[in-house]
Design a protein around this ligand. Structure first.
Ligand code: FES
Length: 95
């Protein structure tokens, strides 16, 4: 089971392989910005991946559309779309 480390909150949680970052955050009461409820529409749930980007699912067409629309940096992913398959460290501007 992979670990997700939320920087700089100092919170590390274990999750089921294949969980989305969004679901891991919600399940563990970590605040995550959103206005579409995880429907891959608003783009607000973007997170920056500090370590372990190779442990994430490849972007789907849906995620790529949002990443392009909101001009994500190369190390940013959509928390409600991306699935976790190995240990990662992530952050946002509001934690
Ligand atoms: S919660 Fe809206 S795009 Fe992820």
């Amino acid at each position: 089971m992979p670990f997700v480390y939320f920087v700089p909150l100092g919170v590390e949680v274990k999750c089921e392989s294949g969980s989305t970052i969004f679901d891991v955050a919600k399940k563990n009461s970590i605040p995550i910005a959103e206005s579409c409820g995880g429907d891959k529409i608003c783009g607000h749930c973007r997170v920056k991946v500090i370590e372990g980007i190779e442990s994430l699912s490849a972007p789907s067409q849906e995620e790529e559309k949002i990443m392009h629309r909101y001009k994500f940096d190369i190390d940013e992913r959509l928390a409600c779309a991306v699935k976790v398959y190995g240990d990662i460290k992530i952050t946002t501007s509001y934690w």
